[in-house]
Design a protein around this ligand. Structure first.
Ligand SMILES: Cc1cc2nc3c(=O)[nH]c(=O)nc-3n(C[C@H](O)[C@H](O)[C@H](O)COP(=O)(O)O)c2cc1C
Ligand code: SF4
Length: 510
């Protein structure tokens, strides 16, 4: 009887290794995680009907689970039944995370048995032009935050002549509440390698880098091992997948700054410099790493490519709405009962995500707001929770989807404090290149402090007007989105929660 337990770092952090020790079974396989994080450590056991689950387990629960397996497993208090029938999982549309919780991260056999390298094989068969066209036609947009159409970047880099081009994978994953990149790198590393290999042979880049944040040591180690395995099996090197083309890559550990996730600062960091944002143009697709054409993509963007090739652009386009096509792995975190990864086609509502999948707040108190898209994302109040998760629909309510992180807050959270935190964060993480961000963030913190200390309403109103002006300057005058978006959490907090600032109405609306 095979047993499966995740080796994902979150599962390990909540005790999966101790559970594995207690199981002491030669039949135990350490797989990736399903991403149903509130159930970790989640033990799965093969039955003729499919895998049944038990969780969240501690080592102390192991003897009783083993006993239950000899008799009536469903009688155990931590029995979950068939894992794939759990509504949280069953209703998801897992394309990118199809293997999550099922395969062993470093088993090439598992990867191949579940569709691995079908995309690369297809790309080798159809050649660069058709591969670039498939990416373009799929409608895939960058998952790092800016949602720029991937196909346009691919065609630009492919069309640019240079002796050397690069693929750079942005795995800095700095946004609060996000973990999809980590889950994918730790759990399905060959998928990212396959996506990068396809990108390399398509745009004519012979070398790639994965820039992984230093806080992800397990992802770094797993990727490095996976690279060795892929190389030894002909998926990297002088003749990638039998294409006759060369592509190889390495992992670089990030320098530990939020701004190093911004693509041009990341390129500086990769070059061994301090991460400072570069002015655009020139865009990295033309002059990127070491001044050479570079395709920079987020982990999830690159990892979407094998599936697009294997199943076709139309298959991918059939998911989603409007110009937001395919699926998005949303990440539920913060004050939420059922935190975890929810991969669904764009278009479900924030309410379905937070109240449906997430089950509301962990504290049981009323929901106050959700911050979507990282520390620079707007606070969305429950009144806007019926907005579909779609790039354009979110822009329409003054918010953004970003990398799909959703941090939930209950009614005890003070939004004035969170607005101050956003500006403080910006002040600490600013690269210092442009004035609105470097100076504006610090002045913004001071204005909020003055507002909160003001003795009367008119004093607070006066500071709110200054704050709104300052936010405008930062939004429209900053060189990159750090300074440009830091106003989003501030303005949304002012607009939806004026009372937290001691204001009677929202000055931000005026
Ligand atoms: C301050 C800042 C931080 C960013 N952090 C990340 C990050 O951690 N990961 C990421 O993929 N993109 C991040 N981005 C977006 C990148 O600049 C860039 O748009 C992305 O790597 C392009 O890949 P994509 O086309 O796949 O989205 C950040 C942008 C800014 C302005
Ligand atoms: S907005 Fe901030 S982080 Fe971006 S370039 Fe200007 S100073 Fe640097």
């Amino acid at each position: 009887m095979s047993l499966y337990l995740p080796c994902d770092s979150l599962a390990r952090a909540v005790g999966a290794d101790e559970v594995a020790l207690a199981l002491a079974s030669p039949d135990l396989q350490r797989t990736s995680s399903r991403g149903l994080y509130w159930l970790e450590p989640l033990l799965e056991v093969d039955t003729p009907q499919g895998r049944i689950g038990f969780g969240p387990l501690t080592a102390a629960d192991v003897p009783s689970v083993l006993d239950a397996l000899q008799g009536e497993p469903s009688a155990h208090p931590l029995a979950l039944g068939l894992v794939e029938e759990l509504p949280y999982l069953k209703t998801q549309q897992r394309l990118l995370f199809a293997r999550a919780g099922i395969t062993r991260p470093l088993s090439l056999d598992d990867y191949r048995a579940h569709g691995g390298f079908e995309g690369l094989n297809r790309a080798v068969t159809i050649g660069g032009d058709e591969t670039a066209t498939a990416v373009f036609d799929s409608g895939l947009r960058g998952r790092g935050g800016a949602a720029f159409p991937a196909g346009i970047k691919w065609r630009t880099v492919r069309a640019t002549q240079a002796a050397q081009k690069y693929i750079v994978c942005n795995a800095d994953e700095g946004d609060s509440g996000t973990f999809a990149d980590r889950m994918l790198m730790e759990g399905d590393p060959f998928l990212l390698i396959e996506g990068m290999a396809i990108a390399g042979i398509t745009v004519g880049a012979s070398y790639g880098y994965i820039y992984v944040r230093s806080e992800y040591p397990q992802a770094v180690a797993t990727l490095r091992e996976a690279l060795d395995i892929a190389r030894a099996n002909g998926y990297l090197g002088a003749n990638v997948g039998g294409s006759g083309l060369a592509f190889d890559m390495e992992v670089r550990v990030g320098a530990g700054a939020y701004i190093c996730g911004e693509e041009t600062a990341l390129l500086d960091s990769l070059e061994g410099k301090r991460g400072i944002v570069r002015a655009k143009p020139p865009i990295p697709a033309l002059k990127g790493l070491f001044g050479l054409p570079t395709l920079v993509h987020n982990v999830l963007t690159l990892a979407s490519v094998p599936l697009i090739l294997a199943k076709g652009a139309q298959f991918y386009r059939d998911y989603g709405m409007g110009r937001s096509l395919g699926t998005m792995p949303f990440q539920l975190a913060g004050n939420i009962r059922h935190g975890g990864l929810v991969e669904r086609a764009f278009g479900l509502t924030l309410r379905e995500l937070v109240e449906g999948y997430g089950g509301g707040t962990a504290s049981g108190r009323p929901l106050k707001a959700a911050q979507v898209g990282g520390p620079l994302g707007a606070w969305v109040p429950p009144a806007d929770f019926d907005t579909p998760l779609d790039y354009e629909a979110f822009a329409g309510i003054g918010a953004m989807l970003g990398h799909g992180g959703v941090v939930v807050a209950d009614d005890s959270l003070d939004m004035a404090h969170m607005a101050r935190f956003a500006l403080q964060f910006c002040a600490e993480e600013s690269c210092g290149k442009c004035t609105p961000c470097r100076i504006g963030s610090t002045r913004g913190v001071e204005v909020i402090d003055r507002m909160l200390a003001a003795p009367d309403q008119s004093g607070r109103d006066e500071q709110a007007i200054i704050l709104k002006d300052l936010c405008d300057t930062m939004q429209y005058g900053s060189l990159c989105a750090l300074g440009g978006m830091a106003p989003f959490p501030v303005v949304s907090a002012l607009k939806h929660f004026p009372a937290d600032f001691g204001l009677q109405s929202s000055e931000a609306d005026q």
